[in-house]
Design a protein. Sequence first.
Length: 208
Amino acid sequence: MFTRTRPQDAKKSVSEMVSLAKGDPISIEWIAIGIYKLFLANDMRSSQVENRFWNRVSKTDRCWNWIGATNRYGYGKMMIDGRRELVHRISWRLAKHREPRNCVLHHCDNRRCVRPDHLFEGTKSDNALDRHSKHRDAVGVRHGRYTKPERTARGVAITRSKLDEEKVKFIRDNYQTIRPYKIAKLLGINYTCVYKINKGETWKHVGV
């Protein structure tokens, strides 16, 4: 059964009821009724969560795809008791009747998939190895500076930068006529920086 009542909350509610009884048989009877209502309400809440979950799942012959909201990484998400939950972890809890102890990974490599037999539990190391085996590491052309260049700070967007686009163009325009070390001294930077700018190794976003 899927449940989102925190154990500490349930224990607190039961202990508060017991402390009020003080050995009174009538009070103990009311405690029993209160405990029953507490867990009944939790069961009803669990059923509502399950219904909300499955109403946002589209089943195909291969994957069961989440058609609700997703986070920026493409994983499905769902609000439960004011908290954002990843839907593949919810699916795991529904199938296994327990909280996952580690990460929940995908055999199918489909981030929207919530099909239980496509999911498996693993450590962060298992997650990294799985990502590497499927060639999904963010290296080379898959690195964020290539796939999402607008998120990479460049040039004057770097707060400690001593240069701007005009100074970079000045370096490239005068590299052959003014000695590089003099340009470096004039702009308050080192010679290596001047060399790399002229070669196009840095400040690549500024046209040569």
